[in-house]
Write a protein that binds this ligand. Structure first.
Ligand SMILES: Cc1cc2nc3c(=O)[nH]c(=O)nc-3n(C[C@H](O)[C@H](O)[C@H](O)COP(=O)(O)O)c2cc1C
Length: 215
């Protein structure tokens, strides 16, 4: 596929400017994301978006909370990861160091942007019912990726991040998310700043390593 394709254009943005996105554009992005496939077209997603003062309150809440990190979904522990994943994570760390310097994820600019939820002007939370089955996560992932590709098509950056959803109680309170919903992922959205943390160029394993075909 051409490298100009949206699939190749999209990459995670970890530092945003405070430039606003027109509401009509946000609605178009969500409408595009709704084209994602889901089991029996159940469309199990709901979308909560924080902007303006709401983002500031969530940011401050994350910075001042005494609660330990937790997520509505199970957080994978390093030791439970497959060898395939661990090898790719190692490569990712190298890509980070290439872009931000030898300190990698301990680099002060990296730490600062993460602490400030990437300075994103919009925090998009994808939720689903707690009644959802494991298969629902597939639907939610498809929705999230379609959303991020649509955003890229509008010149808008995104990052799905654990760092945005590891205090679900703060997000749920601020955005009045009902307790019968669980947060699947938080996606920061906005226009990219010129920070070096946005210069990361991630690699992918060779197709030969992951593709298993048989005639
Ligand atoms: C579920 C999920 C959680 C993630 N959490 C974080 C995070 O907390 N912090 C971060 O910097 N990147 C996070 N990422 C972004 C990944 O590091 C990124 O997608 C991966 O390195 C590939 O890079 P790319 O998105 O630029 O193609 C997350 C991605 C996913 C899918």
């Amino acid at each position: 596929m051409e490298n100009s394709n949206l699939i190749y254009q999209r990459k995670s943005i970890r530092s945003f400017s405070d430039k606003k996105i027109p509401t009509i554009t946000i609605e178009e992005i969500i409408q595009d994301a709704q084209r994602a496939p889901s089991w029996q077209n159940a469309q199990p997603w709901e979308i909560y978006i924080a902007s303006g003062e709401s983002v500031k309150r969530i940011r401050e809440g994350f910075q001042t909370t005494n609660e330990t990190s937790s997520t509505d979904l199970t957080t994978p522990h390093r030791t439970d990861r497959s060898e395939l994943s661990l090898n790719n994570i190692k490569e990712w760390s190298k890509s980070v160091e290439e872009a931000v310097g030898a300190k990698g994820t301990s680099d002060p600019e990296w730490v600062d942007t993460r602490k400030n939820l990437f300075y994103a002007p919009y925090l998009v939370y994808l939720t689903t019912s707690k009644k959802a089955s494991e298969f629902t996560i597939y639907d939610m992932g498809a929705f999230g990726q379609t959303l991020m590709l649509s955003a890229a098509g509008h010149g808008i950056g995104t990052i799905p991040a654990y760092a945005l959803s590891n205090h679900p109680e703060i997000v749920k309170k601020e955005l009045s998310i009902p307790q019968d919903q669980e947060i699947v992922v938080g996606i920061a959205m906005g226009y990219a700043s010129d920070s070096k943390v946005n210069n990361i160029s991630t690699k992918r394993a060779s197709v030969k390593k992951i593709l298993h075909m048989k005639e």
